[in-house]
Design a protein around this ligand. Structure first.
Ligand code: GLU
Length: 433
């Protein structure tokens, strides 16, 4: 039997990472098995499931490259089938009608839970069971004629021929009921795999109070779709051999349900940033430059920048960038005289002898070849002349030419600046001391 899985979001306006992670796992499983990945929009909540909310879901899927097979099924179109299924259960004596609470609002349809232990085998959590007294009869069609989630979900899964249900473990309790519904409707229940909860650093469900929680947030902050896909795939799945950065093809080939973990998966933004850095480092330089250009064009200093110069700045900074927005801090590359960090000036530039060293260095840098090794040699010679140990001048020079004490390698940075810019900055730094 070929695998058919589905992603069944309830469109509510935003797409939580926990939900899209379920989509990713379903997609990887389907692609690994050569099966189908289907989409069902559970849009029965007419107030929240607006066309915009549906568009947001579709946009998130498209952005992450989660292509689906066949036409999506909109649950709201299936109401008649849901009610018909409930009526059939009434006919078979497996459900009954009742004016619940005697409100006079009309009768609802209630599913009679079988009086036996509820049991299923979960592909991730193992055997799960529940005593029959703990699973109560449940309303499947409200007195206003609207089917409830449980009924609609199961009837649609039967219609779509779903073989495996891979979803968050907040649905485990529902599954005990859903299995009974499948059986009552004469269908074989699918296999289940409940994914571990995504939690914050305190082990509590990860929510927007903990940081970015929606796909759109990450996109806006400049994370690459491939990064988010790869990172979320690892939240609750272990491909083995410490594999982390993987292509989609690799993830597909390694993905099996027995490697899905049952322990909660901790969302760690530092790891996500690190992974984005790995993806950025692997980009084609030209594509990286394009994105940087877009970010810095919004800065007052970021327009009319020479393309060649921008490329060399990017070549230097690409491997140390975790988000494109970091480029907004690269002002010191582009302005005539950088902003000087007052504390760094006090602490380092105003140290005894620093001024003299910078003057000596300025003379030594009046050279034609400005390769990284030439810059390094000039700094080494200056240190020797000033009686400093090797490397002692690096930080002083860095602050003198960039205004700050963080950045890429100082020789490489000076090499990118070129002679004219470097000498002007050294002169300015000397004037500050
Ligand atoms: N609409 C439900 C949800 O988003 C579907 C759960 C399921 O996959 O069955 O939680």
């Amino acid at each position: 039997m070929s695998v058919r899985v589905r992603f069944a979001p309830s469109p509510t306006g935003q797409v939580h990472i926990g939900n899209i992670r379920a989509a990713i796992f379903n997609w990887l499983f389907a692609r690994h098995e050569g099966g189908k990945f289907l989409l069902r929009i559970e849009d029965t909540d007419r107030e929240r499931s607006t066309p915009e909310a549906v568009k947001t879901v579709l946009g998130a899927l498209a952005w992450l490259g989660l292509d689906y097979d066949e036409e999506p099924l909109y649950q709201s179109t299936q109401k008649d089938a849901h009610v018909a299924a409930a009526e059939e259960l009434v006919k078979k004596g497996l459900a009954y009608k009742e004016d619940k609470g005697g409100t006079g609002k009309g009768e609802c349809i209630i599913f009679r839970m079988p009086e036996r232990e509820a049991f299923f085998h979960d592909e991730v959590k193992g055997d799960l069971r529940k005593e029959s007294k703990d699973v109560k009869d449940m309303v499947i069609v409200r007195s206003d004629g609207n089917p409830v989630f449980h009924l609609a979900n199961v009837v649609d899964d039967i219609k779509m021929g779903i073989t495996h249900i891979i979803r968050g473990d907040d649905h485990v309790e529902n599954t005990f009921r859903h299995i009974a519904l499948f059986e009552a409707l004469g269908a074989k229940p699918p296999k289940y795999a409940h994914l571990p909860m995504i939690v914050n650093q305190h082990g509590k469900p990860y929510s927007k109070r903990d940081g970015a929680a929606f796909v759109g947030d990450f996109r806006e902050r400049g994370f690459l779709a491939d990064t988010l896909f790869n990172y979320l795939a690892l939240l609750g799945w272990s491909p083995g051999e410490d594999r982390e950065k993987m292509t989609k093809q690799e993830m597909i080939s390694f993905f099996t349900l027995d490697r899905v973990k049952s322990a909660p998966a901790q969302m760690d933004e530092k790891k996500l940033l690190h992974m984005n850095g790995l993806y950025l480092a692997d980009m084609q330089l030209a594509d990286f430059v394009e994105q940087v250009k877009f970010v810095i064009s919004k800065e007052p200093w970021g327009s009319s920048i020479d393309d060649g110069y921008l490329s060399s700045v990017c070549r230097l900074m690409q491997s140390r960038t975790t988000l494109f927005v970091n480029a907004a801090t690269w002002k010191y590359f582009f302005v005539d005289i950088p902003d000087y960090d007052v504390k760094a000036v006090e602490k380092t530039l105003k140290k005894d002898g620093a001024k003299k060293c910078l003057e000596v260095l300025s003379e030594k840098l009046k050279i034609n070849s400005f390769e990284v090794k030439d810059v390094e040699a000039a700094i080494r010679e200056t240190e020797r002349e000033c009686g400093l140990q090797e490397g002692k001048l690096n930080q002083t020079v860095r602050i003198a030419v960039t205004g700050t004490n963080i950045g890429a390698g100082v020789y490489e940075t000076i090499n990118v600046f070129g002679r004219e810019k470097t000498l002007a900055r050294l002169a300015h730094a000397v004037s500050l001391i």
